[in-house]
Write a protein that binds this ligand. Structure first.
Ligand code: XMP
Ligand code: MG
Length: 185
C-alpha cells in the first residue's frame, strides 16, 4: 500500500515541506529543548487540534521524560481574522504552578491567540512559559509574542496538512502545502 498518498494531495498547489523535512527540523528543535531544559521537569502543552502531529513527533524526538497536556481554545472573531478574544474549550488537567511549561503549536499567524494563551498560563504561577511552533507567518513578527523555538518561517499563504486543516480536512496529510485555488471555489 502506498502510505504516502492521501486523497488530499490532489488539492495541493505546492508542497512546502515534506514529512522528512518536518521530522528533521523537529529533531533539531528537540536538541535545543533538551539542552535548554536539562535537569528540569518539562510539561508540553499542545493546542488542539492543529498541534497534534507536531506534539506527537516533537515529543518522540525528545530523548528525555516529558509530560503532555492539552488545551483547546477558540478565537472569537468577526470575519476570518482572529480578534484576540479567546475562549477556552478544554482546559489543562494539570496544575502548572511552579512548572516549566512549553506550549506546542502548529502555526502562529497574527499571534493573537498565542499571546492570550501565554498571558493566561502565566497568571497560573508557572516557573516558566515558552513557545515552540512548527510554522510562523510574517504577520506574527509584528506581535509581541516571544517564540523560543520556530521550525520554519513561511510566506503569508494558507497552508494545510500535518495537523493543519481547511474546514477540518487535510489534517492527516503527511506533508504541508498550499491549497490549489479550485478547493476554495
Ligand atoms: P493567530 O491568533 O496567530 O491564529 O492568528 C493562529 C491560528 O489560526 C489558524 N491558522 C491557520 N490554520 N492554515 C491553517 O490550517 C493556515 O495557514 C493558518 N493560519 C492560521 C490556526 O488554527 C492557528 O492556531
Ligand atoms: Mg492551531
Amino acid at each position: 500500500m502506498d502510505t504516502q498518498h492521501v486523497e488530499g494531495d490532489l488539492d495541493l498547489d505546492q508542497t512546502l515541506f515534506t514529512e522528512d523535512q518536518i521530522r528533521a527540523r523537529l529533531a533539531e528543535l528537540a536538541r535545543d529543548i533538551e539542552r535548554d531544559y536539562e535537569g528540569r521537569d518539562l510539561l508540553l502543552v499542545g493546542v488542539l487540534k492543529g498541534a497534534v502531529m507536531v506534539m506527537a513527533d516533537l515529543a518522540r524526538s525528545l530523548d528525555r521524560h516529558v509530560e503532555m497536556d492539552w488545551m483547546a481554545v477558540s478565537s472569537y472573531g468577526s470575519g476570518t481574522s482572529s480578534s484576540g478574544v479567546v475562549r477556552i474549550l478544554k482546559d489543562l488537567d494539570t496544575d502548572i504552578s511552579g512548572r516549566d511549561v512549553l506550549i506546542v503549536e502548529d502555526i502562529i499567524d497574527t499571534g493573537l491567540t498565542l499571546s492570550w494563551l501565554v498571558a493566561n498560563l502565566k497568571s497560573r504561577g508557572p516557573a516558566s512559559v515558552e513557545i515552540a511552533t512548527l510554522l510562523r507567518k510574517p504577520d506574527a513578527l509584528r506581535m509581541e509574542v516571544d517564540v523560543t523555538y520556530v521550525g520554519f518561517d513561511i510566506p503569508n499563504a494558507f497552508v494545510v496538512g500535518y495537523g493543519l486543516d481547511y474546514a477540518e480536512r487535510y489534517r492527516n496529510m503527511r506533508s504541508i502545502g498550499t491549497l490549489a485555488p479550485h478547493v476554495y471555489s
